[in-house]
Design a protein around this ligand. Structure first.
Ligand SMILES: NC(=O)c1ccc[n+]([C@@H]2O[C@H](COP(=O)([O-])OP(=O)(O)OC[C@H]3O[C@@H](n4cnc5c(N)ncnc54)[C@H](OP(=O)(O)O)[C@@H]3O)[C@@H](O)[C@H]2O)c1
Length: 342
């Protein structure tokens, strides 16, 4: 398709929306026009994009008239409210919330992992949960080589994953704690400073949290795994501003050595291997924050599984876990001519 799309960024004043804006520029997304949308609260604020000043507009159904692609990060209920309005007007929404991820007709996509699923879209494309996103880039090439049989994931998630208010809460709680002053936590169920909280999102009937079940269900959908594949996840919030870490234990159908895993990941899309324990070289959140790769280290044979591998994986949750993937999807959609009349 030759035509360039008219683009809108919904939730442009939020943590993820700001990253989407920045990365739209970095990745040189081609567009005919662009607009920035928020709730009534931030409408009217000015922002500068590619040297030009824009006024943030309030999202209303009418504002989507003529828009081809909406990159949305304004929460599930906002997406639920506006997605039908966008689709009705011939637009396509790339959504960061969990509102549509598991719907049958909605492709759940990590760019570079399952791009072909984009062709099945009916106006809504979903961006996976941040913990799932970084994991998919690691697992896809390994699954192609040795087939995943069982998976156990433990996450150590930064507060930026819970939005701007959560970032402020970590800062303020830390200062209050160091000064011996009282602090009332609002974003998290427990104080986040100098603490680890084994709860992200609400608990489900099976004892897992919703966040943990997102990793389980989204992984199966994206990698097209058998529904019966055993996957378990424990997700914890840690007092880190940005960057999620994950300890991953994988049992494969076929034998695969740590050396093979290392060599596959060294050339895999979106991955950077830092794995030299003798020299204390392994990735940490400080390596990952603000950059694109998913970093992998501590690759070793897992002692509890047959054909098992354990590894450590770290990424910028705001980039690969949300904004970067959203913008990469947007670019793919444009390249594949999947907007407008398809
Ligand atoms: N943070 C992450 O790592 C991450 C990762 C994956 C997915 N997500 C998802 O992305 C979404 C946003 O997260 P965030 O961390 O960026 O949150 P945030 O910092 O709180 O920002 C929320 C944004 O949505 C806008 N908004 C809220 N209600 C709206 C409404 N009714 N109509 C229009 N705009 C509205 C806000 O506008 P105002 O400025 O006017 O309030 C703001 O721009 C959530 O669905 C979250 O689950 C976040």
């Amino acid at each position: 398709m030759e035509r360039k799309p008219k683009i809108a960024i919904l939730g442009a004043t939020g943590v993820v929306g700001r990253e989407i804006t920045k990365i739209t520029d970095e990745l040189k997304v081609e567009f005919e026009s662009i607009k920035f949308l928020s709730s009534a609260k931030s409408a009217g604020t000015k922002l500068t994009f590619q040297g030009k000043e824009y006024t943030v507009e309030e999202a209303t159904p009418e504002v989507f008239e003529g828009i081809d692609i909406v990159m949305a990060s304004a929460g599930g209920s906002t997406s639920q409210k506006f997605a039908p309005e966008i689709v009705k007007r011939g637009g396509l929404i790339i959504d960061n919330s969990s509102a549509f991820r598991m719907e049958k007709d909605v492709p759940l996509v990590i760019a570079g992992v399952n791009d072909e699923d984009l062709r099945k879209h009916k106006g809504i494309i979903a961006n996976p949960n941040c913990s799932t996103s970084q994991l998919m880039l690691v697992l896809k090439p390994l699954h192609e080589k040795a087939k995943i049989k069982r998976l156990i994931v433990s996450t150590y998630q930064a507060v930026s994953g819970a939005g701007l208010a959560a970032i402020n809460e970590l800062r303020e709680d830390t200062v209050a704690n160091l000064e011996g002053k009282p602090f009332e936590n609002k974003c998290f169920k427990k104080p986040i400073s100098f603490n680890v909280i084994p709860q992200i999102d609400v608990f489900c009937d099976n004892g897992y949290t919703k966040e943990e079940m997102k990793v389980v269900n989204e992984t199966k959908k994206i990698l097209h795994l058998d529904e019966e594949t055993p996957i378990s996840c424990t997700a914890a919030r840690v007092p880190v501003f940005n960057g999620h870490s994950e300890a991953v234990d994988i049992e494969f159908e076929e034998n695969i050595s740590p050396e093979e895993v290392r060599s596959i990941l060294e050339t895999a899309y979106g991955i950077k291997v830092i794995d030299n324990p003798d020299n204390f070289e392994y990735p940490t959140t400080r390596d990952a924050s603000g950059v694109d790769p998913v970093f992998v280290g501590r690759i070793r044979r897992n002692l509890a599984f047959n054909n098992g591998i354990s590894l450590w994986c770290v990424a910028d949750n705001l980039r690969i876990g949300a904004a970067l993937n959203t913008v990469r999807i947007c670019k793919k959609v444009i390249e594949m001519g999947l907007f407008g009349n398809k």
